[in-house]
Design a protein around this ligand. Structure first.
Ligand SMILES: Nc1ncnc2c1ncn2[C@@H]1O[C@H](COP(=O)(O)OP(=O)(O)O)[C@@H](O)[C@H]1O
Ligand SMILES: [Mg+2]
Length: 482
């Protein structure tokens, strides 16, 4: 089974990329800080505003409690006034006194009598804020007591002026706090999540290990610094290391039991060879010793010989596969494949003169990194198949060539082809077509020939392939050039 490789993004996400935990943590922290500081600033500003306004109102009350001024400009019904006294607060005080039906006006520059008349109707006994034409916002109060009524107004700039400063300061401080919290959160988050990034890198490395083969050794661990149980990430690292220990143990145990099974198959196959040789020997002896055997006995003897021959082939193939599985004892070295192919084809020609054998060799020798004995067996198996699974008269062409760093050997025949239903699994063990077809051709089919081909070629780091349709079947293999 092959595990698909992790997508590239999983191996190297950008530290503040969209969707990353870092980004979310930083953004959320900053948002929280922003919320708190803005709230605090607004609350403070509101408190200062209240204090300032209360102060202004107290001044207003104090001014209103002073006795009436019979100075200023008289207006309204009857009476005229002289020039008003100097404004005691010096800050645009409005003071109007209604004495005996006459309004005595003390107005700062720019405030007209009409504006003052409007004020009388707008003001109430409680301080209120109104716009005075030509002089901006004013805090005014209408005090009625005893024989006189008076209206006092003070410029509201005593509140709005300091408030502007307060708001500007608050704005600056808030922005500063948000900026600082963003930078700090980013630093802290990046620093504390760095071990997690290293953990992900380690996990990716492990996921790319070829664990399906070998002794199951997992040589990668999270560094001790990142596996410190004091921190949350460290606990993940520690758990990860324990998991890898566990996996390693399990793989080692599996490898051990597989080795045992392989050893058993190898031993069993080996042990079966001697009794089989005896059976064949005795059968041959019986046939030779008694000149005239009854027909059915002769037939049974023939079957014994044929089946024990088939079993010998099976045992031999099993032994070979078991050995290839456990420790491929291939002697891989630069080998000229020309001779191997040549020998295999002449053996096949001798075995079946009814087939037509052709050979396509390049002018230059093709030297591959190969085990001569193993590759001979591979080519011999392919040629044996072309011989036993095709009728007499079939043309079999064997070709050798060098191509892109590979030595390629192909065996093509114009026989009936590999049945479509087994084409997908033909390199697996015990896959073979309807046995009667082979029996007719006189071969001994085990279904192991192509499994051996595949195992040997893969042990070389090479590949095997099949293309087959009725009239044209090509088995090809490639092993690395020397
Ligand atoms: N050249 C070929 N033409 C047709 N069928 C083939 C050819 N080579 C292999 N096969 C099919 O593939 C099956 C598996 O081959 P193999 O593994 O060598 O087993 P075996 O030859 O012992 O049957 C064969 O049984 C046969 O059906
Ligand atoms: Mg075969």
């Amino acid at each position: 089974m092959t595990v698909p490789a992790l997508p590239a993004a999983a191996t190297a996400p950008s530290p503040m990329g969209k969707g990353t935990l870092s980004r979310q943590l930083v953004l959320r922290t900053t948002a929280l800080v922003a919320l708190v500081t803005v709230g605090l600033s607004l609350f403070t500003a509101l408190a200062i505003f209240q204090i300032l306004q209360n102060q202004l109102d107290e001044q207003l009350q104090a001014a209103a409690s002073r006795p009436p001024w019979r100075t200023g400009t008289g207006s309204g019904t009857g009476g005229t006034g002289g020039a008003g006294p100097v404004d005691p607060s010096g800050a645009g005080l409005i003071r109007m006194d209604l004495i005996n039906g006459t309004w005595w006006l003390n107005l700062p520059d720019g405030v007209t009598k009409e504006a003052a008349a409007d004020l009388v109707s707008a003001a109430t006994a409680r301080p209120s804020t109104v716009t005075v034409e030509g002089a901006g916002l004013y805090r005014v109060i209408l005090a009625e007591g005893g024989d006189s009524t008076r209206l006092v107004g003070l410029p509201y700039s005593a509140v709005t002026g300091p408030m502007t400063n307060v708001l500007v300061m608050a704005g600056l401080l808030t922005s500063g706090a948000i900026l600082i919290s963003y930078v700090a959160a980013r630093r802290v988050v990046e620093q504390s999540l760095r071990p997690l990034t290293r953990l992900a890198a380690t996990a990716t490395q492990v996921s790319n290990l070829p664990l399906e083969s070998g002794e199951g050794h997992v040589p990668i661990r999270v560094a001790p610094g990142d596996a410190n149980p004091a921190s949350e990430v460290g606990r993940v690292g520690l758990a990860f290391n324990h998991m890898l220990d566990n996996v390693e143990h399990a793989l080692a145990a599996r490898h051990q039991s597989e080795t045992k099974v392989r050893q058993f198959v190898a031993d069993a196959s080996h042990e079966l060879r001697n009794p089989l040789a005896s059976i064949r020997g005795y059968a041959e002896l019986t046939r030779r010793g008694s000149e005239e055997l009854p027909e059915d006995a002769a037939h049974a003897l023939g079957r014994i010989e044929a089946e024990s021959e088939r079993m010998s082939a099976l045992v031999q193939d099993l032994l070979l596969l078991a050995r290839l599985d456990s420790e491929p004892t291939l002697d891989i070295r630069p080998t000229d494949l020309t001779e191997i192919v040549l020998n295999a084809v002449s053996d096949a020609r001798a075995a079946s003169p009814e087939h037509s054998w052709t050979l396509d060799l390049p002018d230059e020798p093709v030297t591959a990194l190969a085990d001569a004995h193993g590759l001979h067996q591979v080519v011999a198996n392919l040629l044996a198949n072309a011989r036993t699974h095709t009728p007499a008269g079939t043309r079999v062409q064997t070709a050798l060539r060098a191509e892109d760093g590979w030595a390629v050997i192909s065996v093509t025949d114009n026989g009936p082809g590999v049945p479509p239903e087994i084409q997908g699994s033909v390199f697996e063990r015990f896959t073979r077509a309807d046995v009667s077809r082979v029996r007719k051709a006189g071969g001994s089919s085990t279904g192991l020939g192509l499994a051996i081909v595949s195992a040997v070629v893969h042990a070389h780091g090479g590949q095997v392939a099949l293309e087959s349709e009725p009239g044209r079947t090509t088995f090809s293999l490639r092993v690395p050039l020397a």
